[in-house]
Write a protein that binds this ligand. Sequence first.
Ligand code: HEM
Length: 145
Amino acid sequence: MSDVPEHDHIIDTGKSHLTLEELGHVQPGMARVMPEVGARIWKCFYAGKAKNKPLAAFQLKEAVNLMEMGVLLRPKYTDNMYKFIEEQVEVVKKAINDEDWDTFESSFHEMIDCANAYHEVYDKPYLKWKIPDMPPPDLDMTPRG
Ligand code: HEM
């Protein structure tokens, strides 16, 4: 006899059979989502430095998608995350759309300072994200055409 309630749904992953509850438990939390945010934000920065508007816009949008996924799974961060997206990220997004690369750079640094301030708010002052010194090695940053 299994201790799985009869009404529970069993999901066949192809390699295992999991209850919805078990599947819920293995969804990523902030500790898994945030490093992916960092990777996108790194790409966004160097795409902007290369004046590559579509790539910078794409990477920023993907970073926001991850942040939204993060708060779906960890709702306690929702208010501050949306405040961050609507305030800090929005300024960077507008600078990319306007191809205003000076504003892009200054607002980008402000966005990072703010992200690290949130890390402090959540009792993780030792998580101080910084832009890596070199562009990401796995993607060509140069604009097409
Ligand atoms: C540009 C924006 C951001 C970047 C690049 C970023 C980057 C990161 C990175 C790389 C980590 C993981 C560090 C590690 O474990 O190695 C992290 C952790 C974390 N971040 Fe962010 N972050 C950003 C914005 C935010 C915002 C806006 C919030 C909250 C509103 C937030 C909340 C957290 C929390 C709670 C953790 C700790 C997760 C855990 O291990 O429990 N971050 N962040």
